[in-house]
Write a protein that binds this ligand. Structure first.
Ligand code: ADP
Length: 489
């Protein structure tokens, strides 16, 4: 019964493009037979149905044109007109009556054909458009399903419209269409050691703020006990008027990459630990040898030993940097904080490096700037900025180091007139192992670790490190640290 009703309902199978010829033919013929039967056997008046037939057939033509497209319309028009001719013939019209019946039938034929044509065409056009849209939808769905990355697409209210197999494999949960983003799709996760709340899930965040998330990494704790590292990109999708209509999240499983990185970091950590001890002994032996040679007055050997000592010190710094990077990666860089004057420390660094620099280093700083920080690490940061200034301004005559007070912050800046840094590289130089490479530039030794370590150290002291620079003009590297407040530890 339900199927019959569904079949009879002309709008229930939109987009199916199956048009019946038989159904309108049978119904129209049956209607004509029933009308004839009624006129002759019930009403006993051959004209009893004439007027009703006109309205009834208009309704049937509209119905079949809409139900079965142009085919349905044409079939019902043909039967209708056929039936009208049969009436003219069987009622034996003559004279004026016959002529006007013929004219009426002729006008109605044109009218019905026009009606059937327009409605049938409308129906077929609607079906075609729906089919095209469905095809597009299916195509998109199968593309999303076959992508090698995890994808969730939600509507603007945060209801899942589509999620592919890959995302279910990565997260280890089934995601049904209609599930609420954040709540029903949420898997226990953390980012940089912080546990995420369901409302902080990347897609939920993007839906709330409208802002994309690019390349953020998370660790998820799956229900089956497996921890997986993922990288997520999310974005809202807007319509032509800029209104948010959906949001999408693309999730990559980076567990293997992460494990490889961990292994690499472990290796660097182990290797630098192993290197540290022999280098320290080596330096000690060189110092002993140097003091012995000094007594003999052998200048040539002294010079050779001094340069071996210098190279060993470089090696020692390199190993220290490698260890620092690996400690930072693992979050294991510890600080011994104390109160000290950073202006005096900066002056000390200047005095220390002045001897090995061919540029004149000018220090200026009048006010005492008390900070609460790790003195050794601050020494390391300022020295790094200064050695960079010396290294990257080989043709300059001077370098300036300035300490100033800005609001509640102590600022140390190192200015050089060297090779400078192009705008687009200024952010990148603080990344791990980044070095500016310019084929036209002469190469400078280094591994690109110094600024990364310095920035991480400063960040962990609630300060900031930044650069103002212009290519070929020079650079100013500045660090700021909160001043120590009286009364706090
Ligand atoms: P390294 O100097 O060992 O290469 P750093 O992390 O200290 O590593 O610096 C990263 C990069 O930033 C350098 O390779 C260099 O290209 C650029 N840089 C740093 N300081 C300066 C400076 N004072 N002038 C120009 N370029 C600089």
């Amino acid at each position: 019964m339900e199927r019959l009703l569904r079949y009879l309902n002309p709008v229930s199978h939109f987009g199916e493009r199956r048009y019946s010829f038989l159904f309108p033919l049978i119904v129209m013929l049956l209607t004509s037979v029933v009308l004839e039967f009624y006129a002759f056997n019930i009403a006993h008046n051959s004209h009893a149905v004439d007027l009703y037939a006109i309205f009834l057939y208009i309704a049937l033509i509209i119905y079949f044109s809409f139900h079965d497209g142009i085919v349905g319309g044409i079939v019902s028009v043909i039967i209708t007109i056929g039936y009208y001719f049969y009436i003219i013939y069987s009622r034996q019209y003559s004279g004026q009556e016959f002529t006007s019946a013929l004219v009426t039938t002729f006008i109605l034929t044109i009218l019905y054909s026009f009606l059937a044509g327009v409605i049938g065409w409308l129906r077929q056009t609607i079906d075609r458009l729906i089919e095209e849209e469905m095809d597009e939808k299916i195509r998109l769905q199968s593309i999303v399903q076959q992508l090698p990355v995890g994808v969730i697409i939600s509507d603007r209210h945060g209801k899942v419209m589509q999620a592919n197999k890959q995302i279910e494999l990565i997260l280890g949960v089934k995601i049904h269409p209609g599930a609420k983003v954040g709540k029903e799709t949420f898997v226990e996760a953390e980012q940089n050691g912080k546990v995420l709340q369901p409302s902080q899930s990347p897609l939920a965040q993007t839906l709330n703020s409208g802002k994309p998330i690019v390349g953020q990494e998370f660790t998820i704790h799956r229900k089956d006990g497996k921890d997986t590292h993922i990288q997520v990109n999310t974005s809202v999708i807007r319509n032509k008027d800029g209104k948010i209509i959906a949001a999408a999240s693309i999730v990559n499983d980076i567990t293997q990459k992460k494990e490889m990185e961990d292994r690499k970091d472990d290796f660097v950590n182990m290797a630098s630990h192993e290197l540290k001890t022999p280098i320290t002994s080596l330096k000690l032996y060189i110092d002993i040898l140097l003091s012995r040679i000094k007594k003999t007055g052998d200048e040539k050997t002294m010079k050779t030993l001094t340069s071996i000592k210098y190279q060993t010190e470089r090696l020692q710094e390199l190993v220290r940097d490698l260890l620092d990077v690996s400690r930072l990666q693992k979050g294991k860089l510890a600080f011994n904080r104390e109160k000290f004057r950073i202006d005096l420390l900066a002056e000390e660094c200047v005095n220390e490096l002045q001897g090995s620099s061919k540029q004149t280093i000018i220090f200026s700083g009048k006010s005492p700037l008390l900070v609460y920080a790790d003195k050794f690490r601050m020494y390391q940061v300022i020295t790094n900025l200064l050695t960079n200034a010396i290294k990257y301004s080989p043709d300059a005559e001077r370098i300036e180091v300035k300490t100033t007070r800005q609001d509640s912050k102590a600022v140390v800046s190192v200015k050089d007139w060297g090779i400078g840094i192009a705008k687009k590289q200024q952010k990148k130089i603080f990344e791990r192992l980044y070095q500016v490479t310019d084929p036209n530039e002469k190469t400078f030794p280094g591994l690109g670790m110094g600024l990364y370590i310095s920035q991480e150290i400063i960040k962990r002291h609630k300060g900031s490190l930044w650069v103002d620079s212009e290519k070929d003009k020079g650079s100013v590297f500045s660090l700021s640290l909160p001043l120590h407040k009286k009364g706090s530890s």
